[in-house]
Design a protein around this ligand. Structure first.
Ligand code: HEC
Ligand code: HEC
Ligand code: HEC
Length: 271
């Protein structure tokens, strides 16, 4: 009997030690799920070759400093009191330029929708979208929309933004699927980007963009009655607000038009 007890105690100790080890290894790897996605495991030689081609062709975007009028999107550093996404190591705050037709709208959305919401592939992940504070003092925290600053009466008119500087971000298993510019991982990338050879930068670019969707979400992915991306209730929107977003005439026009000659008419907006 005594022998069995000792054996059982030994087994218990082993089990406790084992679970400690498991916990330790978990807490190390589950640091940030986004960082796990960019470890380069699934990057192909073609991904790297494409990135190298891009880097060779890439033209540096320089803002002209001495214009008599400030460029529209050129904000002074000091005005920027918000946490910045890690993407801004390399991309501008208003990153969309290529498509002249929709770039202003896409850039407008970066004020309240994170880059990752539109660009992170949701492959195999159950992503939820919630508001995150980018402004201080609560920067980096998920916002409880039901204690937001707007009263029900205000909500009828105003946007669903719960507070200035908040952005809708993807969340997986209660973890934010993004990295901020002031975090260690981001500073390491910044450093590598400055010091790496063009070949190594190509691999880094390929790794970082592997979990990203090049095309981004199109307007109708959020602005249509049967959209599946955003849960407007979870974002604190009432019926009226949800409806006004899903039936947004401008966004619907963007999903419809194909040719450069298509025009958005005032009468469409008033319908
Ligand atoms: C270390 C630098 C760096 C970081 C950080 C970075 N990018 Fe990029 N990104 C690039 C380069 C370089 C290109 C190629 C640009 C070109 O051809 O002009 C690119 C291209 C892209 C493209 C176009 C499609 C493609 O893959 O070429 C998208 C979309 C994009 N990035 C989104 C993002 C988002 C979103 C983030 C943050 C989650 C991000 N990037 C972070 C350097 C970076
Ligand atoms: C509302 C959704 C949305 C958000 C938010 C968004 N993007 Fe995009 N992005 C798109 C779409 C859609 C495209 C494809 C544009 C096209 O070619 O029509 C795109 C294209 C791009 C490109 C390719 C180059 C270009 O000029 O179009 C880059 C780089 C990029 N996004 C980076 C970013 C970064 C960095 C952020 C965050 C600061 C961001 N995006 C936020 C939807 C979004
Ligand atoms: C990831 C989801 C998402 C995508 C993709 C998206 N939107 Fe939106 N958009 C929103 C949300 C959420 C709001 C409401 C923001 C608010 O209430 O402040 C909004 C607001 C708007 C508004 C109203 C702005 C205002 O100040 O009242 C317009 C217009 C609009 N979007 C057009 C577009 C167009 C055009 C595209 C495609 C080029 C697009 N959206 C893509 C989520 C999206």
């Amino acid at each position: 009997m005594k022998k069995i007890l000792i054996q059982a105690r030994k087994l218990m100790i082993k089990l406790i030690m084992l679970s400690f080890c498991l916990l330790l290894s978990l807490s190390v790897t589950a640091d940030n799920l986004f960082i796990e996605l960019v470890d380069g495991k699934n990057v192909t030689d073609k991904n790297v070759a494409d990135a190298l081609k891009q880097l060779r062709e890439h033209k540096e975007i320089k803002l002209k400093k001495n214009l008599s009028v400030n460029p529209f999107h050129h904000k002074k550093e000091t005005e920027n009191k918000l946490k910045q996404p890690f993407c801004q190591n390399c991309h501008l705050e208003k990153p969309h330029q290529v498509n002249q037709r929709n770039r202003s709208f896409l850039n407008m959305h970066t004020n309240y929708i994170s880059c990752e919401t539109c660009h992170l592939k949701d492959e195999g992940m159950k992503l939820k979208y919630k508001w995150l504070a980018y402004g201080y003092p609560n920067a980096g925290q998920v916002i409880d929309v039901y204690s937001s600053v707007h009263t029900e009466a205000e909500k009828v008119k105003v946007s669903i933004l719960p507070r200035p500087g908040a952005r809708i971000i993807p969340i997986n298993n209660d973890q934010r699927m993004l990295v901020f510019k002031d975090e260690k991982f981001s500073r390491e990338v910044e450093n590598k980007w400055k010091t790496f050879s063009i070949e190594d930068k190509a691999r880094l670019k390929a790794n970082l963009h592997k979990p990203l969707n090049k095309k981004g979400l199109s307007c109708d992915k959020c602005h249509s009655e049967n959209q599946k991306v955003l849960d407007f209730k979870l974002l604190g929107a009432n019926e009226k607000q949800s409806h006004s977003i899903t039936s947004n005439k401008i966004a619907q026009f963007f999903s419809r038009y194909k040719k450069d000659t298509d025009r958005l008419k005032m009468s469409d907006l008033l319908r």
